[in-house]
Design a protein around this ligand. Sequence first.
Ligand SMILES: Nc1ncnc2c1ncn2[C@@H]1O[C@H](COP(=O)(O)OP(=O)(O)OP(=O)(O)O)[C@@H](O)[C@H]1O
Ligand SMILES: [Mg+2]
Length: 519
Amino acid sequence: MKTFAEFGLEAKVLQAITELGFEESTPIQDKSIPIALTGSDLIGQAQTGTGKTAAFGIPLINKIPVTEERIVALIMTPTRELAIQVAEEIGKLTRFKGLRSLPIYGGQEIGRQIRALKKKPQIIIGTPGRLLDHINRKTIRLDDVATVVLDEADEMLDMGFMDDITSILSLVPEARQTMLFSATMPPNIQKLAQQFLKNPEHVSVIPKQVTAPLIDQAYIEVHERQKFDALSRLLDMESPELAIIFGRTKRRVDELSEALQKRGYTADGLHGDLSQNQRDNVMRKFRDGSIDVLVATDVAARGLDVSGVTHVINFDLPQDPESYVHRIGRTGRAGKEGTAWSFVTPREIDHLHFIEKVTRQKISKKPLPSIAEAIEGKQRVTAERLIELVQNETINEYKAIAIQLLEQYDSVNLLASAIKLITGEKKDVNIELTPEDPIRAKKRRPDVRTNGRRFSGGPFGSGNRSGGGPRGRSDGNRGGYNRSGSGSSGGGYNRDRDRDGQGRGRGEGRSEVRRPRPE
Ligand SMILES: Nc1ncnc2c1ncn2[C@@H]1O[C@H](COP(=O)(O)OP(=O)(O)OP(=O)(O)O)[C@@H](O)[C@H]1O
Ligand SMILES: [Mg+2]
């Protein structure tokens, strides 16, 4: 790995990188930054949590003159939370250089954004719908944009943002640098690349598996009706620092977060039907640790970087392998380890195998945690908390009563009772969740691989600079499995993403966006 000083960056950009605590560049940064600095178009693929944001952010910031007063860089993200997060990271990277960057996303009062735009930001980070809204109001002009980044490019395409992106990019001068980034690059990304990029360089640092290497992956076979008890046992047994639990639908997320709260966990839910205020609050609470379980739809699957997330649990399996890769990638980031669990109902086993096949990753089967394991887990946490207190806190004011109690009672009994008290009995509330239909792995067509060899290598096809691994026939097939849901009771499969467009026949996030069928 290189040090950042070797890229020949401006001193103020280097200073910001140092301030962020980055000592060496990650592999994707290593390969992308020099290419991006030349101004060439770029397609960058690297595992989740490996620093793609800085890989495009650093060169983008480096090339903008501080005296610039026009919007010269545009970064698009599929969700609002991601726009906010990327804007924060860009903000940190421009701290010393003093550029102005601004997130533009739906759900936030437009007047406030218009006022912020008057401060002449050079860098806009936005979701497509709200960007178009500003373009139509003429509060954003793209005539001077010289750099465009599509973060989570494949997701933007899958969400049906192609039309929006086409409209937006038609307003950006041709002589621009365009970069696409994602951990997954399904073959259909070519469509996007052909249309919007000029002789792009492909940078891929996906080794054998597309899933991030430090994530321990396991699944538990469980019936739909057992899922909630399995979840509480798992949470007790594992005692995550922070956990994200993915549910299939908005209803599921609502029911699940409420159920967890009733059982005494500090949990809250995130999905596209909440107001942006509510969404911001939930994210803030999760980031500052005032809740330790975030229950979410796929709206939280892409890009979110919250330090301390030790566990991801797929309460419901995701519909497609990409989603699996991104969901579990919310843990095991920036060199840290993480654990991903998936609940699989008996009828979904085939679908799990499909995910394994496409991700080229074996997911090991583990038994349902027993009640004893759950209790043991909770007691372990209590003991750890006690030890921490003994070692680090002032407890003098409790000592008198401790001495008094010890004179009267046996020390082991006394401590055991204290542990029981702190551990707390699980609130035995009866929980009934509305069942979801299983995800069906439909028969796959033999091979629908596109002929774009540059992207071959399966749905996660690497550009193959350093990619590799076996290329099974079915690996090339994204088209044959069920992606538009099985019409389950209550909404079916719900691609919960942000489609913020206004006045274009779209509800503000209410719509149950269904993934277009690839056929
Ligand atoms: N060179 C570096 N050294 C140390 N930490 C880094 C470095 N580059 C990035 N990071 C940190 O790693 C974390 C993950 O980075 P980032 O969110 O950019 O990953 P990503 O590749 O975009 O992941 P995803 O595919 O999930 O979007 C962030 O917290 C970021 O600050
Ligand atoms: Mg990212």
